[in-house]
Write a protein that binds this ligand. Sequence first.
Ligand code: FAD
Length: 391
Amino acid sequence: MYDTKISFENTEVAYASLSDKELKKAYWLFRMMSIPWLVNIGNSMITLCLKLNLPIQGIIKNMVFSHFCGGESLDESIPLIFRLKKSNIEVLLNYSVEGLEDTSGYRDTYEKTLNAIHFAKENPSVRAMCVKFTGYAHTDIWVKLQAKQELTPAEQQEFLQAKSYIEKLCSEAVDCNVHLYVDAEESWFQDSIDTLVDDMMEKYNKEEAFIFNTYQLYRSDKLEDFKKAHQRALEKGYILGAKIVRGAYVEKENDYYVKLGTKSPINNTKEASDREFDGAVRYAVENVTTISLCCASHNEASNKLYFELLTEKNIPLNHKHVNSSQLLGMSDNITYNLSATGMNTAKYMPFGPVKEVIPYLIRRAQENTSVEGQTSRELLLLEKELKRRGI
Ligand SMILES: Cc1cc2nc3c(=O)[nH]c(=O)nc-3n(C[C@H](O)[C@H](O)[C@H](O)COP(=O)(O)OP(=O)(O)OC[C@H]3O[C@@H](n4cnc5c(N)ncnc54)[C@H](O)[C@@H]3O)c2cc1C
């Protein structure tokens, strides 16, 4: 019988794997990120230095990259993967190079991802590879497909190539016993991604969930969609692989629909997104035998709810359909405290050359400045641990 209550306050557990030096560095980093003007100037300066080819990669790598990323290559990420494994935390790997919008870029992303799947086979604590379908064909193609517009012959060719990459990544993931998590993107082409992921799930998730779609609960239509996807899985006889998130593009989505002059699918309030997300958690727990869930969130209340529902229903915390995941370098108090109870947990770990990962790092800096309460929460916890250690 499990303890049905969880606390995310234990900083000794949360930061056990950090040395005093690393702890001080993390505190310093979050202090810097809590100052909006500094983040804005820092981001502009980094972009300018890179344009001028100034050698700033080393500084970025040491200051920010090392906190949020595994390494520049898979091999460089191994020590961190092992460190997490010691605390029974798995890894969701992501080759975080963005914006390579041409044939050779798509091929490169495909090859790096395939290589990472083989790497995961050799390193079983790497639970999954995370992919974005816009990494394999131009966004315009996904948009056109959703709008039911005809593709040009060249676009048709590019889409067929993308499908063949995706098909190969899925079958290779299954052969290597690795999961493939497909990220959710913007609403004006998400339907075309969903259609393809549904097909892949139908094909590969008969016995076990290998392929996962992502459901953004900041959309007012997504809880319903999530339930429909589950019904479809039941009818067709496969396990639904579901990563649930609130969603990363609130402003972009709202701006897009303001320009169009139509209503945005994003919930009107944060509370509504919280309600929908928790609704998805409840639904997934009720259907644990046929939904494999990755609860991808830094929200303490949602993770607490997930933990408590599982324990109340006596569902083993290490059930293969149970998982809670957070980004590397964020919310360690959630990941490590959940993991200490025996629950399946994972960290989303980006890897790639420093220069290419910078857009991801800039988003993390902005998020940690703008997300209400998140930075101050991280700072408070780091401060608490520094005090506890007397440093
Ligand atoms: C492992 C992992 C994988 C992820 N994969 C994806 C992905 O594939 N696609 C994706 O889009 N995101 C993804 N995210 C990011 C995620 O969507 C959130 O942006 C981020 O985790 C913050 O939400 P939260 O649940 O952690 O909690 P919180 O910090 O409690 O919530 C913040 C979120 O609430 C929502 N919100 C804030 N204000 C409002 C408002 N006024 N109205 C409505 N909603 C609001 C937004 O979604 C915002 O990001 C992923 C996150 C993790 C940890």
